[in-house]
Design a protein around this ligand. Structure first.
Ligand code: NAD
Length: 653
């Protein structure tokens, strides 16, 4: 099959036609014939009628000649008709001529109907198929008589989900739904976003990745391992969808705060892309989750009999960068310049380098660095309404100087620089970072990793966070070290001693790693802290009032950000687009949100928020000359909304 024309291959879909299924394969087969492969006249003829094509097993030689005929203009319809005339379905090409040792090409071409339609997640509606649809699509008898609305199906599923006590069971039930009935899955996600977000994403997805081998059923996404070196373009072509707009890719080396999970990191791209669709309205068929498997250094996984990845230690250096380079080139070659590649959960030694290397040649975005930065900056801009002053009038201290910490710091400095017209280097001086060795200062510069160097300011060495707080006197304290309970009572009290309203962001995930919890922040600051966190916390009663803590969740930004790139046809990500996204999100924070203590808007409006973010990002892309979708729509918010995928069932003729 390697030499076959791929366009034709997508048309002549392959599916397994085993000997045992020969009779049903001869009647109704399982793939949807892609109408784009037919001449316009024939497409018109086909509309309105369900044509189930013959199928069966053809030898590879026959397959080659079949494809040649198609290339030369004959339609599959003509050839199937000929096959039928020449002796009936299954006589010439049928499986009864196939023997065990004969090389065969399994293939089938048809409009999905009947049993196959019920098994196709893209089109399946389960009990929501109407009586008319059941007649027209050979579904009579395959479903019990009841017809349910999508709303009723949703109600039933939510009831079922809530009965599971264990979050991982909910995760598995949701994944199973996604594979069974895609539209219903997304309807559930959109209508119940606050409840389901912690399941398809952090924290439950973390546990799912840890146990991915054990809970593995059907593969989701594309696996590219070292074994595929030299063949990555071919592997990409194996993916059934062609119109890919967003790829989320991980190498599994730093999954959330859980470390190296190797190939089992796949849960992250899958989860993030379902949020791209649910929250940002990107079509599911335009999303491609990818895991690049270069091995794992996780001994537990290497010794786990159910581990699904390569059983070797991580490839590094040239071997790693060559594979990544082949991947990046193949993606551009296959999908063009406008496909967004989102790097996800790469360890920081690779993350910064990949972003810098491919930022000038590809449309790339790193959510851990850039998405985090944008969402945190938005919270800070919103919080200024509570604490007063401009961004440049504040002093920032970070605990943790990795992807999140330095990414946020850089975007804050950039925003300050844009607002004050001061040079970026000057703005950086208002931002201080502490890493595992203490305050980052000039005397440590030589030994610092490159991404920490811009933050080495003139100061005497300081060893601990508490000392740093006392010495720097920050107005904003941000935790991004991944180490829990590091904002101690002394630290919060020190912050509260020189700030009327200390702004405290404990971003580390999961919940156990949070620098402090909401209750501690309010208690130790006598209720004066403005607090937000990476993991969600329940509301806390402070002086007789309930305080809702904001969650600096990247899911506020990346779906809308990606949508903005897609609808403008952007070809590069520019830092100003991140600032535009932050501004749009900050604007969505209402006075009621601030009054209740949160510096982020409610997730229940996330699609509207995403549309505003997308519009701002797209506007920036047009302004910078990076947009290719021309002319620019006049009302970008309305345009973004109109482009969003809707999960509502469609009627089938
Ligand atoms: P990273 O590994 O790139 O960086 C961690 C940094 O913390 C490193 O600079 C390290 O030197 C420092 N560090 C480690 N132990 C320390 C200690 N005891 N004291 C001081 N510094 C210490 O990781 P990252 O991607 O930057 O993520 C860090 C944390 O931020 C994770 O827990 C992650 O879940 C969280 N995070 C939250 C959000 C969000 O809330 N939206 C987004 C991204 C990351």
């Amino acid at each position: 099959m390697l030499g076959l024309d791929r366009a034709l291959q997508s048309c002549v879909c392959s599916s397994i036609a085993s000997a045992s299924s020969s009779s049903s394969a001869a009647s109704f087969s399982s793939c949807l014939f892609s109408p784009c492969c037919l001449p316009a006249r024939e497409q018109r003829q086909r509309r309105g009628s369900l044509l189930c094509r013959s199928s069966g097993v053809r030898s590879s030689e026959t397959m080659e000649s079949t494809l040649k005929e198609i290339r030369e203009g004959a339609s599959v319809l003509d050839m199937d008709a000929r096959a039928t005339v020449g002796g009936g379905v299954g006589d010439v090409y049928g499986e009864d001529r196939a023997t065990e040792d004969q090389l065969v090409t399994p293939w089938t071409v048809s409009v999905a109907s009947g049993y196959s339609l019920l098994r196709d997640p893209k089109y399946n509606k389960g009990l929501a198929f109407s009586a008319k649809e059941r007649d027209a699509h050979y579904l009579r008898g395959l479903l019990p008589p009841a017809c349910l609305t999508q709303e009723l199906q949703e109600k039933k599923l939510m009831q079922n989900l809530r009965q599971y006590q264990v979050p991982l069971q909910r995760y598995m039930a949701l994944m199973e739904l996604q594979e069974r009935n895609e539209r219903l899955f997304y309807k559930l996600m959109i209508d119940n976003v606050e409840e389901l977000l912690p399941i398809v994403y952090t924290p439950t997805v973390g546990e799912a990745c840890q146990k991915y081998g054990t809970i593995f059923r059907r593969p989701q996404g594309l696996y590219i391992s070292l074994n595929e070196k030299g063949k990555i373009l071919e592997v990409l072509k194996n993916w059934p969808e062609k119109g890919i707009q967003v790829i989320v890719v991980t190498d599994g080396e730093r999954i959330l705060g859980l470390g190296d999970l190797g190939c089992q990191g796949m849960g992250i791209p899958v989860g993030k892309l379902s949020l791209y669709t649910a929250l940002g309205g990107i079509r599911p068929s335009a999303c491609l989750p990818i895991t690049i498997d270069v091995g794992t250094n996780n001994e537990k996984l290497l010794n786990d009999e159910f581990y699904i990845g390569l059983r070797q230690r991580r490839a590094t250096g040239q071997e790693y960068s060559e594979l990544l380079h082949e991947f990046m080139s193949a993606v551009k070659q296959n999908y063009g310049e406008k496909v967004l590649i989102q790097f996800e959960d790469f360890a920081n030694h690779n993350a910064f380098e990949l972003l810098a290397k491919y930022g000038t040649t590809h449309l790339v975005f790193n959510d851990d660095i850039q998405g985090t930065a944008s969402v945190v900056l938005a919270g800070l801009i919103a919080a200024l309404k509570l604490v007063g002053g401009s961004l440049a009038e504040h002093t920032f201290l970070f605990l943790g100087a990795g992807e999140a910490g330095t990414g946020i710091a850089e975007l804050i400095a950039l925003e300050m620089s844009r607002q004050t017209k001061a040079p970026l280097e000057e703005c950086r001086k208002r931002i201080w970072l502490v890493d595992s060795k203490g305050l980052i200062v000039n005397s440590r510069k030589e030994s610092l990793q490159h991404f920490k160097k811009p933050w080495a300011h003139e100061h005497e060495p300081v060893k601990t966070l508490l000392e740093a707080v006392k010495a720097i006197k920050p107005t904003v304290l941000i935790g991004s070290s991944g180490v829990g309970q590091t904002f101690t009572q002394e630290v919060v009290e020190a912050m509260s001693s020189f700030n009327e309203k200390p702004l405290i962001l404990a971003l580390s995930n999961p919940t156990s790693q949070s620098e402090c919890n909401a209750e501690q922040a309010y208690k130790w600051s006598q209720g004066r802290a403005i607090f937000a966190s990476g993991s969600p916390f329940d509301p806390v009663e402070v002086n007789g009032e309930m305080r809702i803590t904001g969650q600096a969740n990247n899911a506020y930004i990346f779906p809308g950000f990606g949508l903005g790139l897609v609808i403008s046809g952007a070809i590069r990500v520019h830092d100003d687009m991140l600032l535009a996204a932050s501004e749009a999100l900050a604007k969505q924070v209402r006075q009621e949100d601030l009054d209740s203590g949160t510096i982020y808007p409610s997730f229940s409006n996330i699609r509207k928020i995403s549309a505003h973010i997308a519009a701002n990002v797209a506007a920036k892309a047009y302004e910078l000359g990076l947009a290719t979708r021309l002319p620019r729509p006049a009302d970008l918010v309305a345009y973004a909304e109109s482009c969003m995928y809707s999960p509502v069932y469609r009627n089938f003729r």
